[in-house]
Write a protein that binds this ligand. Structure first.
Ligand code: SF4
Length: 339
């Protein structure tokens, strides 16, 4: 007769007791779970989140972004509608002015969102050029206009001087993703830049004390083992926030029409990420509604304690109000646990 709880999950209960990350070899065992064992794994991940990653106000971390500069990107990220190498039908515009950015932030601020990220297409900023200074000016204005708003940025690869400037202007989190499968970045993500360039940006951000938001995208052709390599590579970077996206295959990109990963694979990945990062913010970003659809609530019970609300870069999202309702309904599963 089978044990009520799979023995690999029982091993992972040490994370709940100690708050220490799950050993990699146990993660490999757990990645093979299937069927009725998967909800047991999710339950453990939810308990670990409740005990070790509960935010001080007991709520989910929620943030919104603005695509402040869209399209015309010379990089060739295979998943991205904004790449000039792809033929996706995407809106193109240069950097928005501060007025437009403030208006967008104001809309979510009045809905209670307190983290707001400025995102730009393109490789990034090696130097502090006039466009970069315009972004910094928008950051300053946002902080002045909206008390308590944490202003974040996602501007691609940065040189040391831009990092220093962002640190001086109190950027709350800087997002730069390493995506998934570190050993196959060229094959699965892009060849016009390297993973090392992104890792160097993370190193510089940490050098200047900027909190790092770094995660990736699931469903671009990686194996479960490669997802684990990615999740554990994040451990070495000592970051604050881990955003996980699920690929939304966009027409005109090389990933057009690819099959979406099974829901069980995605929830297992979220749970393993929680067990590997018991105390971090794990944020469910793109793909929550469009790919996970009916199962997005389940994802939020698989260890995530954050979400991106109010729309994504090139795909629609959900209204902040709808996400607030979802968050309230999920709160019944978020009490502390004694087990
Ligand atoms: S993900 Fe960023 S760097 Fe890559 S193609 Fe899209 S906009 Fe360019």
């Amino acid at each position: 007769m089978r044990a009520p709880i799979h023995e690999s999950i029982l091993k992972a209960y040490s994370v709940l007791e100690t708050g220490e990350p799950l050993p990699f070899d146990v993660a490999i065992e757990l990645a093979c779970l299937a069927g009725e064992d998967v909800p047991d794994l999710l339950s453990l991940a939810n308990k670990v989140k409740n005990r070790h990653a509960m935010l001080t106000d007991g709520c989910l971390h929620s943030c919104s972004i603005i695509n402040a500069k869209s399209g015309v990107c010379a990089e060739n990220c295979r998943f991205c509608a904004q790449s000039l190498h792809n033929s996706a039908d995407v809106e193109q515009y240069p950097l928005l002015d501060a007025t437009h950015i403030l208006e967008s932030a104001g809309n979510v601020y009045k809905e209670g969102v307190r983290f707001f990220g400025i995102v730009t297409s393109g490789y990034g900023y090696r130097t502090v050029n006039p466009e970069f200074l315009k972004i910094v000016d928008s950051i300053d204005q946002l902080q002045q206009e909206y008390p308590g708003l944490h202003v974040c940025a996602s501007l691609g690869v940065l040189g040391e001087e831009p990092v220093r400037v962002l640190a001086e202007h109190n950027v709350a989190h800087y997002n730069i993703n390493i995506q998934v499968a570190p050993d196959r970045y060229d094959d699965l993500i892009a060849t016009t830049h390297s993973l090392d360039e992104r890792l160097e940006t993370v190193r510089l951000l940490r050098k200047y004390g900027v909190s790092v938001c770094c995660g990736g995208i699931l469903g671009v052709g990686e194996t479960m083992r490669e997802r684990l390599d990615f999740i554990y590579a994040l451990q070495e970077l000592d970051i604050a926030v881990i955003p996980l996206n699920v690929l939304v295959p966009i027409d005109g990109t090389p990933l057009q029409g690819v099959e979406t990963p099974a829901v069980t694979d995605i929830v297992t990945t979220f749970a393993l990420c929680r067990l590997a990062h018991p105390r971090k913010i794990i944020k469910f970003a793109a793909g929550r509604e469009t790919v996970m659809k009916d199962f997005q609530g389940l994802l939020m019970l698989a260890g995530a304690n954050g979400l991106l609300t109010g729309g994504y870069l090139t795909t629609r999202g959900r209204r902040v109000e709808d996400d607030r309702t979802l968050t309230q309904q999920l709160s019944g599963f978020m009490g502390s646990t004694d087990s």
